[in-house]
Design a protein around this ligand. Structure first.
Ligand SMILES: C[S@@+](CC[C@H](N)C(=O)[O-])C[C@H]1O[C@@H](n2cnc3c(N)ncnc32)[C@H](O)[C@@H]1O
Length: 249
């Protein structure tokens, strides 16, 4: 039984200009479209979050740890990955109130205190000093350009200490591919993503073509090094080869 007395929630709101950008519409107004990506496993959430779960089981086994979910969305996949692990505190940051409302309703399943912050993670992290053991970003760091990604990764490095873990699952190009090449391969998935009607596809494509900025494999490794990480391990490559999961240590 969930210990209701130990479980509490807190919702912080940081008004951010980024939330009103048209490219954020898919997450602000149309969360159900993004949900179709998850429910149909088009972005390989199942495998990526299973990988997160196995890292937690292997490397955090027997430990109590705090978890920061950057751009947590509705936190559904994270909750599944974290269930039964030794999490003692969960913190999620996201710009989408629609997604955070769902997260807020579901996070008590973890049985630990949680806090949700509505705001731009780049802004929130630039001011954050409180340490955390494990940081995860699923499919969101790619919204930033390279220098901003580096700043966020540096901020994460500074709060996780020597034994902390930082995992990302992000848009990635094989070395030698540019953004246009990655977008072309993304568009080529259209015939397989049959759950979307024409209007939903338009919202999706407008978002991705305006707001997604993949890095190459070498690019992610360089960013990790520049941010102060000593080791980068590639733990999962999506079968579409559009996304990869890295552990930075
Ligand atoms: C593709 S979804 C990923 C959600 C979840 N992490 C997952 O793995 O499915 C991207 C999420 O990032 C959020 N987001 C995008 N840019 C953000 C920013 N600068 N600050 C906070 N949240 C942001 C969106 O609101 C959305 O919930």
């Amino acid at each position: 039984m969930v210990d209701v007395l130990r479980t509490h929630r807190q919702l912080d709101r940081h008004v951010s200009a980024r939330a009103s950008l048209p490219s954020q519409q898919i997450f602000q107004r149309d969360w159900k479209i993004y949900r179709k990506f998850i429910d149909n496993n088009y972005l390989f959430h199942r495998e990526a979050y299973a990988c997160l779960r196995s890292v937690l089981a292997r490397e955090m086994s027997g430990k109590s740890f705090s978890f920061l979910d950057i751009a947590c969305g509705d936190a559904g996949a994270s909750i599944d990955a974290l269930r039964g692990a030794g999490i003692v505190h969960y913190e999620g940051i996201d710009l989408s109130r629609a997604a955070l409302d769902i997260a807020d309703a579901n996070l008590s399943a973890l049985g630990c205190p949680f806090v949700l912050k509505e705001g731009d993670f780049a802004e929130v992290l630039s001011q954050r000093e409180e340490p955390v053991d494990f940081v995860w970003i699923g499919l969101s760091l790619h919204h930033l350009r390279t220098p901003e990604k580096r700043s966020v990764m540096r901020a994460v490095r500074s709060i996780i200490g020597e034994n902390g873990r930082f995992l990302i699952y992000e848009n990635t190009s094989p070395d030698g591919e540019n953004r246009e090449g990655w977008l072309e391969r993304w568009q080529a998935q259209r015939p397989f993503w049959t759950a979307f009607d024409a209007a939903e596809w338009d919202v999706t494509w407008n978002h991705v073509s305006a707001a997604d900025f993949p890095e190459t494999v070498s690019g992610w490794r360089s960013l990790a090094e520049e941010a102060g990480f000593k080791r980068a391990r590639e733990l999962f490559v999506a079968p579409s080869d559009l996304f990869r999961l890295y552990s930075f240590e």
